[in-house]
Design a protein around this ligand. Structure first.
Ligand code: CP
Ligand code: NVA
Length: 308
């Protein structure tokens, strides 16, 4: 019996496996561009989708992705399942494993994913938690490789500007696994998870944490940012503005510090005029809609890799 593989954190796959997933994604993307949308790979099989936070890209790209691979999505809406009435996760995980091929889950606590994986028998895919957003970072790396054809990933110097949130944590983990240079510029008090950062730095000494965004942007090939207050932190917006406003902003002046031909990346949704200016979002350097499209291709590759 083969061991169930999960994608709970970016550390769940090896470097070689990521390239396998990205090759699958690139092939599926090329086929789709040629009009071949529908595969039969997951014919008759179902993907469970649990979303305890809002989502546009992740939900739609997974639902379209499983459909295009011949399968079907079952959306388990918050408030309508028995686990939202308190049925133990140890029971829910074993029940759902009897029906579904895999579960995609967006929620708050990372421990819920660990529990689903512990008690269930099917792959668990992290669709965003407070701790990480590995599907987005996988997609962003796939997108960056596409934008710099012929360049090895190890040369693509990444910058993260802003909150040390779930995205920043997954970027740090990704740099640890894949070995590319990453500088994160975050304000004091809003830095990535120290355990995740330390582990990434042990694996890859080119992972750096600084305070000044200009230091991260200098010579970067890709400048990445995200909102100042993530889902669940809306009540902290005013307090967070004090730490971020006017400093952790990707504007044309900051982009000018980057390497010639550098791209701008954002997982979206963006708060225009807060962490990024409208000018940068709409500039030719902006990769935001390619990132959004690539969620579909990268996750199709991921599902083909993970689901036996
Ligand atoms: N980037 C991202 O995960 O978007 P959604 O919140 O719309 O899924
Ligand atoms: N950091 C953001 C990402 C949204 C896709 C959040 O968690 O709200």
């Amino acid at each position: 019996m083969s061991m169930t593989r999960h994608f709970i954190s970016f550390k769940d796959l090896s470097r070689d496996e990521y390239f396998e997933v990205m090759n699958l994604a690139a092939a599926l993307k090329a086929e789709r561009r040629n009009g071949n949308y529908l595969h039969q790979h997951f014919r008759g099989r179902s993907l469970g989708m649990i979303f305890n936070k809002n989502s546009t890209r992740t939900r739609v790209s997974f639902e379209c992705g499983i459909t295009e691979l011949g399968g079907h999505a079952v959306v388990l809406s918050e408030g309508q399942t028995q686990f939202s009435r308190g049925e133990p996760i140890s029971h829910s995980a074993r029940v759902l494993s009897r029906y579904l091929a895999a579960i995609v889950i967006r929620t708050f606590a990372q421990s819920q994913l660990d529990d689903l994986a512990r008690y269930g028998a099917i792959p668990i895919i992290n669709a965003l938690t407070d701790e990480g957003h590995p599907c987005q970072v996988l997609t962003d790396i796939f997108t960056a490789i596409e934008k710099f054809p012929g360049e090895p990933l190890e040369k693509i110097k990444m910058a993260w500007i802003g909150d040390g949130n779930n995205m920043a944590n997954s970027w740090a983990e990704a740099a640890g696994v894949l070995g590319f240079p990453l500088t994160l510029a975050c304000p004091e008090g809003y830095q990535p998870d120290p355990r995740i950062l330390a582990e990434a730095q042990r694996a890859n000494p080119q992972v750096r944490l600084v305070v000044d965004p200009r230091e991260a942007a200098a010579g970067a090939w890709a400048i990445n940012t995200d909102v100042w207050a993530s889902m669940g932190q809306e009540g902290e917006q005013a307090q967070r503005e004090k730490a971020f406003k006017g400093i952790y902003v990707v504007d044309s002046a900051l982009m000018a510090q980057a390497a010639p031909g550098a791209i701008f990346m954002h997982c979206l949704p963006a708060h225009i005029g807060e962490e990024v200016t409208g000018e940068v979002l709409e500039s030719p350097a902006s990769a935001i809609f390619d990132e959004a499209e690539n969620r579909l291709h990268a996750q199709k590759g991921l599902m083909k890799f993970l689901i036996p």
